[in-house]
Design a protein around this ligand. Structure first.
Ligand SMILES: Cc1cc2nc3c(=O)[nH]c(=O)nc-3n(C[C@H](O)[C@H](O)[C@H](O)COP(=O)(O)OP(=O)(O)OC[C@H]3O[C@@H](n4cnc5c(N)ncnc54)[C@H](O)[C@@H]3O)c2cc1C
Length: 454
């Protein structure tokens, strides 16, 4: 289906299916979908949640943020997540400090954001949230893909297919698109826009036997910079380490051998990351994600809205994806609930929802797009305590980007200093820009990664 059908398009084809009726259809069984579904069921709505894969299934995005903990608590799963997670007390970034890195610990946040988060295996985390939605009264089914959708009168009509070939049709009053990078509605609307300035791709896997940080920092995420991108080390329970490299297409085009060798060679070439891999062994298949930064033009419309990656994804460098996904789902609950109770309020509720979601994404994006500038390198390597700027940055790293005025003031001051510093390093940036222009940014096909062809 190339475009989103309007009522005049009539019903999708569902000849042999008896319609299932519900108030809300949630497409997707990831963190955003399960959050929205569980909370909407808690408000008394009949919710049907469909997931095309079967839980537990692999997913990337294993490092959570402290700001997500209150929402896990509200959902009633915080203790269960603690049971499957590894405590994450902070993040370390490269610097000239002894050991080659500076640690930003969440205990230094401004305000009352929790002082830790968790690193989780997403197969376990997502299954836990999906099962929890079920215990909240959601009719949550996996192995069922939503294939088509149409708006017919006041209803949303969806055509779904099971992995056993069975088909069901669904009639709902509201549609929550939580389909993640599949961007179910965005693709059908033709409203998804790739970010050409940020056409990165990622290669990642789990490893055994990778050296961890000492003591309480053993659960921290480590970020490494390369000329062509960056890498993450995320410690997981059971001695695993999730490791990934994010880079532009030009780097992946250099690949000649298989993906595992290429990933390892890239990591070993880094003077600080490489030694941590001595004696390490691959513990999973290598996965790839291409063309990964995008946004859909609209986030909501009559009887539908998008949450989490179904609307937009920027970059995982600050581990913001799961938090933003679950937080947007939390905000969406008020919109859907309010709109079903008083349809005349829908537009106003959706406007407020979009403003708030965009604000959070913008706060992270500003840092993401500048992560490799000389000014940001310097400011993260030598964070100043003046005006509590360092604590402001740590609060951003912890996910406190929505409501706290003290944090927003610190981040504004940080931006001003970044601007001044950028002026001072203008020459260096011009040289960097020229280098990037020479390496023409061609497209990497979706979920395909450099084949080795020159
Ligand atoms: C390389 C990389 C590294 C990342 N690292 C981190 C990190 O460390 N920390 C972090 O917080 N975030 C990270 N992220 C981001 C994170 O993975 C996502 O932001 C997060 O998973 C979004 O949750 P979601 O529920 O919106 O989507 P998803 O988790 O993708 O869930 C969507 C679900 O919908 C299902 N689905 C799709 N289409 C249909 C359909 N038609 N019918 C039924 N079901 C459907 C999918 O199978 C999927 O299970 C990373 C992302 C990438 C690409």
């Amino acid at each position: 289906m190339g475009r989103f059908p309007d009522p005049a398009d009539g019903q999708p084809s569902m000849q042999d299916a008896t319609p299932q009726h519900c108030d809300i259809l949630v497409v997707g069984g990831g963190p955003a979908g399960s959050t929205a579904a569980a909370l909407l069921a808690g408000r008394g709505w009949r919710v049907l949640q469909l997931e095309k894969d079967r839980h537990p299934r692999f997913h990337i995005g294993e490092s959570l943020l402290p700001a997500n903990l209150p929402l896990l608590q509200e959902l009633g799963v915080l203790d269960a997540v603690r049971g499957i997670g590894l405590v994450k007390r902070g993040a370390d970034f490269p610097s000239g400090a002894p050991g080659g890195y500076s640690t930003f610990r969440f205990e230094d946040v401004l305000g009352d954001t929790p002082d830790h988060a968790f690193q989780v295996r997403r197969d376990q985390f997502d299954a836990l949230l999906f099962d929890h939605a079920r215990t909240c009264g959601v009719d949550a089914r996996d192995g069922l893909r939503v294939e088509q959708v149409a708006f017919v009168g006041d209803d949303v009509v969806a055509d779904c297919r099971g992995d056993d070939g069975a088909r069901i049709s669904v009639r709902a009053r509201y549609l929550v698109d939580a389909s993640g990078r599949d961007t179910f509605l965005g693709s059908r609307f033709g409203s998804k826009r790739r970010n050409r300035r940020h056409a990165s791709a990622a290669l990642f896997a789990h490893f055994d036997g990778v050296a961890r940080r000492p003591g309480e920092d053993a659960g921290n995420i480590s970020i490494y910079r390369f000329d062509f991108g960056w890498a993450w080390f995320i410690p997981l329970p059971d001695g695993l380490m999730s490791i990934g490299v994010v880079a532009g297409p030009e780097h992946f085009r250099r690949r000649r051998g298989d993906q595992a060798d290429f990933l390892l060679d890239t990591l070993r070439s880094h003077p600080e990351a490489g030694p941590r891999l001595e004696g390490a062994a691959l513990a999973s298949p290598v996965h790839a994600t291409g063309n990964y930064s995008y946004a859909c033009r609209r986030m909501a419309g009559p009887r539908w809205l998008m949450v989490g990656d179904a609307w937009a994804f920027v970059d995982p460098i600050f581990s913001s994806g799961v938090f933003l996904a679950m937080h947007s789902a939390r905000l969406a609950v008020d919109v859907v609930d309010g709109s079903l109770r008083a349809p005349a309020r829908e537009r106003a509720l959706q406007r407020g929802f979009q403003r708030r979601v965009r604000r959070g994404v913008r706060a992270f994006s500003w840092f993401i797009y500048r992560f490799n500038t000389p000014a940001m390198r310097h400011l993260l390597a030598h964070p100043t305590d003046a005006f509590e700027l360092r604590r402001g940055v740590i609060s951003m790293l912890a996910g406190d980007v929505f409501d706290s005025r003290p944090v927003r003031r610190r981040l504004l001051a940080f931006k001003a200093i970044h601007g001044l510093f950028s002026l001072a390093t203008l020459r260096q940036r011009l040289l960097q820009a020229r280098r990037h222009r020479r390496q023409a940014p061609a497209a990497v096909e979706r979920d395909g990664i450099g084949s080795g062809a020159a």
